[in-house]
Design a protein around this ligand. Structure first.
Ligand code: ADP
Length: 583
């Protein structure tokens, strides 16, 4: 295991132990070394004194040198040897000189013979131990007659050194114990604040920036805690800022009516707003991160995205989405660039142009219808004028009849144009909310309307009846409401056989309803949904014959809508129809 992988307390412990052991060993070794030197010096000094004493005794006493060396050796606790200059041993305190070999080659003896004192350390085979030898010359009349040597075993020094080494080891063990205790204490002191900072950092990592670290010492940790707190505050601020910006962006995207779609270079959807989701029939949250090919099920749109990505330029196309409900969408794309200006994908804006296109179609259809409606009477007028020019004018019978037809066709043209103008005025005013509604009493209004149709009804021997409670009031534009009811009564008379009756009934409930009931030809069910369209006629010939423009019910519908109401119809062919205005 590497030291760096250990817990901090163990790290500190091992460092302490190492330092203490190193110190003890190095200092101990130095101490041992100098102790050894001083022991050795003391021994040398001692041996020199002994050797010198022995030399004096041997030089002054005529007694047997063997006895003298025995005595000195016993007193001094050292081995004494006397060697002749030729190396022969004369006396030795430990051994029989006769059995001893020639000592001429011993370095201490050679040094003494040269007049010098040089100690020597050697293994003694005689005593079977390391010995310190020191020899001095014995001179007589300026001549060396013998060498006195003193020697002591070194085991004593070695024993003392062993004792000191033992003490050193004890010191090491004690040091290790102290290191453990001190490191434990230090580790606690150092690691406790680190642990607190670590826990705080973990909470920051989990996104909780509310936590603050408070520390009073040591200064380094106080500074670190301050920096961490500053960082947390800054992160918190930035996070809030990012969240605010994201919420703003989401609100803008959600509020957009245009569909917005961001796609990266790999055709993966990065962003999609709710409007786009609705247009494409997909859930935005599920689409993000998925490929265009697997999410947008419209092959045309997929192709558009692929081409726009490859082109890296603006593109626009109208695309028909077959789901949901066959929408027409205008797709416009612009390339997306990242910070370095590199191509990062594309932004797709989708505009639902279904209504626009439908309105355009309606307008086109309407223009065609109007042209067709106008052309019929104009063709007829032109034809009769030609005939008159060609001589019919002078015909007393045909002339006035043709003129009568021309006048009728001109009336018809006028009626169509009047109705068209009325329709466009109502539409325009309704769009501008310019139609003013006032409370008006219904009974007088309906009576007045019916009265206008009296001649028409009389001519066809039809009865017009009114049922309306007194004081029934409705908020309406009287003129427009009268026009709507007029159109309904007009139709009821037109599409009934002579002798039938038409009933106008008004009643109050949750809403006010005005019914126009006839006993006329009725309308087949398949036509009912379309009769309020402009120029829609169930029986075009009959309508024209009766002087209809095909716009009457369209006008009624617009007037009722401008009042915030609705128009219903119930009809049975051969039995009659009931039109109900509900306001
Ligand atoms: P028109 O000028 O042709 O009457 P309208 O818009 O008023 O045009 O009516 C549209 C068509 O609805 C008429 O052509 C007619 O076929 C049918 N219609 C309207 N009112 C009645 C009714 N009361 N009875 C039978 N058919 C009717």
């Amino acid at each position: 295991m590497r030291l760096s992988n250990l817990r901090l307390s163990w790290n500190i412990f091992f460092v302490f132990l190492f330092v203490i052991v190193l110190c003890v060993v190095v200092v101990g070794e130095f101490a041992l070394h100098s102790l050894h030197d001083s022991y050795l010096d003391a021994q040398k000094d001692g041996l020199r004194s002994i050797a010198q004493l022995a030399r004096r005794d041997v030089g002054m006493t005529p007694a047997d040198p063997a006895l003298i060396v025995q005595q000195i050796a016993a007193d001094a606790g050292a081995r004494i040897t006397i060697v002749l200059p030729d190396g022969r041993v004369v006396a030795d305190s430990e051994e029989n000189p006769a059995r001893m070999e020639n000592h001429a080659n011993r370095s201490e003896v050679q040094a003494a013979l040269r007049g010098r004192v040089e100690p020597a350390i050697r293994f003694s085979h005689t005593l079977n131990t390391d010995m310190l030898y020191l020899a001095v010359p014995l001179e007589q009349g300026g001549k060396v007659i013998a060498v006195v040597r003193a020697a002591r075993p070194l085991s004593e020094i070695q024993q003392r050194e062993t004792a000191v080494r033992l003490t050193l080891w004890r010191g090491c063990i004690l040091g290790a114990l102290i290191a453990a205790l001190v490191s434990l204490y230090l580790a606690k002191r150092i690691s406790r604040p680190i642990e607190r900072i670590r826990r705080a950092a973990e909470r920051y990592a989990a996104g909780d920036y509310s936590n603050r670290i408070y520390m009073t010492r040591p200064p380094e940790y106080v500074e670190l805690a301050k920096s961490m707190n500053r960082m947390a505050r800054e992160m918190d601020r930035r996070l809030h800022e990012i969240t605010r910006q994201r919420n703003e962006r989401d609100a803008i995207l959600a509020g957009m009516r245009e569909g917005l779609l961001a796609v990266d270079r790999d055709e993966r959807i990065v962003l999609i707003n709710p409007a786009a989701g609705e247009m494409l029939g997909i859930t935005p949250a599920d689409a993000v991160g998925h490929l265009v090919q697997e999410t947008l099920r419209n092959p045309e749109l997929q192709r558009f995205v692929t081409h726009a990505l490859a082109a890296e330029s603006n593109a626009a196309d109208e695309i028909l989405l077959h789901w949901p409900g066959g929408k027409m969408v205008l797709a416009a794309s612009s390339p997306l660039k990242n910070g370095d200006g590199a191509h990062a994908g594309l932004l797709l804006v989708l505009n639902d142009v279904t209504r626009l296109r439908r309105l355009e179609n309606l307008r086109r259809e309407f223009v065609a219808n109007v042209s067709h409606e106008l052309r019929t009477p104009i063709t007829s007028i032109k034809g009769f004028i030609e005939t008159l020019r060609d001589g019919a004018l002078s015909d007393p019978e045909a002339g006035p009849r043709f003129l009568e037809i021309i006048a009728r066709q001109a009336d018809r043209l006028n009626a169509i144009i009047e109705d068209l103008l009325a329709l466009s005025r109502i539409e325009r005013e309704a769009e501008r909310h310019a139609i003013e509604l006032f409370p008006c009493e219904l009974k007088p209004l309906l009576e007045h309307t019916i009265l206008q149709f009296a001649p028409q009804a009389d001519a066809r021997e039809m009865k017009l009846e009114l049922e309306c409670p007194e004081k029934l009031s409705v908020r309406a534009n009287a003129q427009l409401l009268e026009q709507a009811v007029s159109n309904l009564i007009d139709n009821a008379i037109k599409y009934s056989q002579p002798g039938k009756s038409v009933r106008v009934a008004a009643e109050a409930g949750e809403h006010v309803s005005i019914r126009v009931i006839d006993e006329g030809v009725g309308i087949p069910a398949e036509h009912l949904p379309r009769i309020f369209e402009r120029f829609y006629r169930v029986d075009p010939a009959r309508s024209r014959e009766a002087g209809g423009t095909g716009l009457g019910l369209a006008i009624v519908k617009h007037i009722v809508q401008a009042h915030g109401g609705r128009i219903d119809v119930e009809s049975k062919p051969g039995i009659g129809s009931t039109f109900t205005i509900v306001i």
